[in-house]
Design a protein around this ligand. Structure first.
Ligand code: NAI
Ligand code: MG
Length: 489
């Protein structure tokens, strides 16, 4: 093996609540541990915010919104400050990537190649929108002049998960800041550190105090307090659909605007006329990337019968050479799962798959003795009703299903309450477009997988979500339309 190139661990600087521009402990004085998933060691004690801290954060955000240093600012200047935040993140890219790897466990090469560049790009994309948000003039009957304005929706509560901690901050802050909203964010309890670091950089960039507030803590306490607070106008949430159901119920009293980006069980379809090497590489990436902890993971891999054996052999070979290990080693391709709960959930599903009679071709167990590592696992002979084919596993577990004809395949691909993403691999453009047309999913990739861009809307049909993030669609969720009518005589 080549000499390992191990990246240094970063210093942890921010661990308190960030409210009204100040770093303060939780009012209760409580803290919670955050760990490094490769070893399980505690790396920091973080302020455990709850309702009392959310109340303070909402007061600060409300003041910043109502008094308007951000939304009343010259819109072009707002964009320039957002660009400055992106520049500061870029300048600290190595340190932030290492902090993400420390808290989440993802390989440093992924943090550097994916999380950081996508985060920076998203903030720059929305920075460019800040001065391009405008309404219309509308011809109405009678002697009136009618126009619309697009105004920020207000104070937004943003609750994010742990699989792409920084990137989820950018997806949430980008459109909210461009629109002129103010923010109360709760990062995931597993991964609060990069969000807090970004709050520091936002302040350094010149975002006025109170515009961004971060309350670390747990879902049922800090998260629920955000959802129920009458001073919050909208909640944007990414996570599990069951949590979204609770949030929808909790938000009903105040009729908050809600956007949800939830999970999936995305079909990835390989036809017999596909470039099989490209399809195998893309399918491997589309499932195992980020330890399988992706909402859009291609976790139902439908392979056309007559190429099954050849295709599966390629997948097996890739799993056998996948480098699992220390996420701080630049050669590592797969790190640990984020925590004990996810680790246990995935191992439980692996057992279920074995008991359901699927053939485990690779992996099927934990990797190593410490940390939350799981071997790249491949199940063949999976059928539609098996639990490993219906439930979101959110780990490095791939299920192979076979199909014969296209009509039957489309019906099976859609036979799920999820509808986040899908992919098709084929050299026949008619077939590829037919599938793109018929599959009920918010994103369809043709001869590629996991291609994300800040300009391209992303979100789910059915129980995979409500609304879209990214692109112009993602901005709309942060705007209210005001209609003004003026009598002309
Ligand atoms: P979760 O949905 O419980 O957590 C996501 C965020 O919601 C966290 O910040 C959490 O503190 C917060 N939250 C939890 N309960 C809340 C409540 N009652 N009110 C307000 N906020 C609340 O997801 P969790 O438990 O981390 O993972 C469970 C499963 O969810 C995973 O195994 C995976 O299948 C799925 N998941 C999907 C994600 C996606 O990107 N769509 C991301 C994370 C998890
Ligand atoms: Mg949960």
């Amino acid at each position: 093996m080549a000499t390992a190139e191990i990246v240094d661990r970063p210093t942890i600087r921010q661990t308190q609540c960030f409210i009204g521009g100040e770093w303060i402990p939780a009012e209760s004085g409580n803290t919670f541990e955050t760990i490094h998933p490769a070893t399980g060691e505690v790396i920091a004690q973080v302020a455990e915010g709850d309702e009392a801290d959310v109340n303070k954060a909402v007061t600060a955000a409300r003041k910043a919104f109502d008094e308007g240093p951000w939304r009343q600012m010259d819109a072009r200047e707002r964009g320039e400050i957002m660009h400055r935040l992106a520049d500061l993140i870029e300048a600290e890219m190595e340190e932030l990537a290492a902090l993400e790897t420390l808290d989440n466990g993802k390989p440093i090469s992924d943090s550097l190649a994916a999380d950081l560049p996508l985060t920076i790009d998203c903030l720059r994309y929305y920075a460019g929108y800040a001065d391009k948000i405008h309404g219309q003039t509308i011809p109405v009957r009678g002697n009136y002049f009618t126009y619309t304005k697009k105004e920020p929706v207000g104070v937004v509560g943003q609750i994010i998960p742990w699989n792409f901690p920084m990137l989820m901050v950018a997806w949430k802050w980008g459109p909210a800041l461009a629109a002129g909203c103010t923010i109360v964010m709760k990062p995931a309890e597993q991964t609060p550190l990069t969000c807090l670091r970004m709050a520091r950089l936002a302040q350094k960039a010149g975002i006025p105090d109170g515009v961004i507030n971060v309350v670390p803590g747990f879902g049922p306490t800090a998260g629920a307090a955000i959802v129920k607070h009458p001073g919050i106008d909208k909640v944007a949430f990414t996570g599990e659909y069951k949590t979204a159901q609770t949030i929808m119920a909790d938000a009903s009293q105040t009729l908050k605007r809600l956007t949800f980006e939830l999970g999936g069980k995305s079909p990835n379809v390989v036809f017999n006329d596909a470039d099989l090497d490209a399809a195998a590489a893309g399918s491997h990436f589309g499932l195992y990337f980020n330890q399988g902890q992706c909402c859009c993971a291609g976790s139902r891999l439908f392979v056309q019968e007559d190429v099954h054996d050849e295709f599966v052999a390629k997948l097996v070979a890739m799993n056998q050479t996948r480098v699992v290990g220390d996420p701080f080693d630049k050669a590592t391709q797969q790190g640990p799962q984020v925590d004990q709960a996810q680790f246990d959930k995935i191992l439980k599903y692996i057992d279920i798959g074995k008991n359901e009679g699927a053939q485990c071709l690779t992996g099927g167990a934990r990797h190593g003795e410490e940390g939350f590592f799981i071997e790249p696992t491949l199940f063949d002979g999976v059928t539609d009703q098996m639990q490993i084919a219906t439930d979101e596993i959110f780990g490095p577990v791939m299920s192979i299903l076979t199909f014969k004809d296209t009509e039957d395949l489309i019906q099976r691909a859609n036979n799920t309450f999820y509808g986040l993403a899908a992919a098709v691999w084929s050299r026949d453009i008619g077939k590829a477009h037919l599938l793109a047309d018929r599959v009920r999913a918010g994103t369809v990739w043709v001869n590629c997988y996991d291609v994300f861009d800040a300009a391209a809307p992303f979100g789910g049909f059915k129980m995979s979500g409500i609304g879209r993030e990214l692109g112009e669609e993602g901005l709309k969720n942060y705007l209210e339309i005001k209609t003004v009518t003026v009598a002309l005589d």
